[in-house]
Unconditional design. Structure first.
Length: 221
């Protein structure tokens, strides 16, 4: 099985950007462009709250780990899990310094509400795949908590989701190696994209840069 060198690891959370728009991922992770909008700032605050507090906390039969670093050499990724709950279960794994056995269950915090696309699910699946590789166990389910509706949704890590995660990271590694940024493709996602001012997606609709500038001047007059 292929194993990536640690120096070549990509950011786990990047799969969300890649799933939203491959160009957006490349602009952020290859060209290192980042622009904050209200959504990204609110999202950051929510994650900060999830990471704050004790690193490990016991709640009945559940251990709660906040801000747990994870990685996968086979996917070539690393990142941080907002929360990993360890549920006491006879079929689980032994944890150092703890009695009994536990099954890990990642929980990711999101600012908004459930999305039409599966980008959040893919990120959570990637976290589960990291936990499986690190802890030599099976992680069958996790949860996405949405701040806007104050509700968490159960996610089952199916074979299809795992395959999509593998394919996406494989492609991201290929793009990264080639330092390749996909061309602009205007979609409805562009309206809510935090990089639209830097990416200029409307350029796609024009035949040339000259035409784009002419049209902008006309719009501004
Ligand atoms: S503006 Fe559109 S094409 Fe450009 S990065 Fe954002 S989503 Fe992708």
């Amino acid at each position: 099985m292929k194993a990536y060198n640690e120096d070549d690891y990509l950011n786990l959370a990047g799969i969300q950007h890649f799933s939203f728009c491959q160009r957006q991922w490349a602009l952020i992770h290859i060209e290192k462009l980042w622009k904050e909008n209200l959504k990204t700032v609110e999202g950051e605050l929510l994650h900060k709250n999830a990471h704050d507090g004790q690193a490990f906390e016991k709640r009945g039969d559940t251990l709660v780990s906040r801000g747990m670093p994870v990685f996968s050499a086979t996917l070539g990724i690393n990142g941080i899990c907002d929360i990993v709950e360890f549920h006491r279960n006879a079929n689980g794994i032994q944890l150092f310094g703890r009695e009994g056995k536990y099954v890990p269950c990642p929980v990711e915090y999101k600012r908004g509400k459930p999305k039409e696309s599966n980008m959040d699910t893919l990120q959570l699946t990637a976290q589960a795949m990291c936990l499986e590789e690190m802890l030599c166990c099976e992680v069958e389910e996790g949860y996405l908590y949405y701040g806007e509706i104050r509700h968490r949704e159960r996610v089952l890590f199916t074979g299809a989701l795992r395959e999509e995660v593998r394919k996406d990271f494989d492609l991201m590694h290929q793009y990264y190696e080639r330092q390749y940024t996909p061309k602009v493709k205007f979609t409805k996602a562009c309206k809510s994209c935090s990089l639209k001012d830097l990416c200029i997606p409307n350029l796609d609709k024009c035949k040339s840069v000259k035409e784009y500038i002419t049209r902008k001047i006309e719009e501004d007059n």
